[in-house]
Write a protein that binds this ligand. Structure first.
Ligand SMILES: Cc1cn([C@H]2C[C@H](O)[C@@H](COP(=O)(O)OP(=O)(O)OP(=O)(O)O)O2)c(=O)[nH]c1=O
Length: 200
């Protein structure tokens, strides 16, 4: 098995990669997350996932490096991580009663080569009251998350409907990630433990 590195500081991404039985080490990438002028959200998330993977692959050329990026997009506009509590409140007011897209890209780099996939999910929120938005922001949960919420946490109560990939919304699209690893010759299921008796 090749050395696999997850180029991410996100605890959610680590948990998701562990969930599918991959052994890996974590080495976060430090890349400039400023969007280019006129860049579409789709291009932005895929470019950032690739840049994160390639930044770490440049210093670990023997490894398979996974990078990922998640953005919440409302009416074509990227809503990033909140800068402060007021920013989180404003974002959640915008998401209330509306459908937004969660775009997550995953990239796999080895040396200077890189493959990537993009997963787009539609998430519909019910109407949120000002009191519950205030309580949610006070909990601290929104502060490190794209779109100021976590579907896997307290914010799960806001979601009326999800069309797409749950793991992609949380931060790492598992189907696409396993496809990239399989294409590189490392199907994740080869590492799965077996609970079956040998039969003799
Ligand atoms: C929409 C949503 C986002 N998120 C999180 C996933 C990501 O950690 C974060 C999006 O920020 P990212 O900039 O994609 O990632 P990150 O800065 O946390 O980590 P790194 O760049 O080192 O990989 O938002 C949730 O946990 N749940 C959700 O429902």
């Amino acid at each position: 098995m090749a050395l696999i590195i997850l180029a991410s500081a996100s605890p959610r991404r680590s948990e998701l990669l562990q969930q599918i039985g991959v052994s890996f080490r974590v080495q976060p990438a430090d890349v400039d997350e400023t969007p280019e002028t006129g860049e579409t959200p789709e291009h932005y998330v895929e470019r950032l996932a690739r840049e994160k993977a390639l930044a770490v692959a440049a210093v670990a050329p023997e490894a398979l490096v996974l990078g990922s990026d998640t953005s919440v997009v409302l009416n074509g506009v990227i809503l990033g991580k909140p800068a402060c509590a007021d920013d989180a409140i404003a974002t959640l007011r915008e998401l209330s009663g509306a459908t937004h897209q969660v775009m997550t890209a995953v990239a796999m780099a080895r040396g200077s080569r890189c493959e990537s996939r993009l997963a787009i999910s539609d998430v519909s929120f019910r109407e949120l009251s000002n009191d519950e938005i205030a309580a949610y922001v006070a909990s601290g949960e929104p502060m490190d998350k794209a779109g100021s919420y976590g579907i896997q946490g307290l914010g799960g109560i806001f979601v009326r409907e999800l069309r797409g990939s749950y793991s992609a919304v949380v931060g790492l699209p598992l189907q696409e990630t396993s496809a990239l690893l399989a294409d590189a010759g490392y199907p994740v299921w080869r590492n799965w433990p077996s609970s079956l008796e040998s039969g003799t």
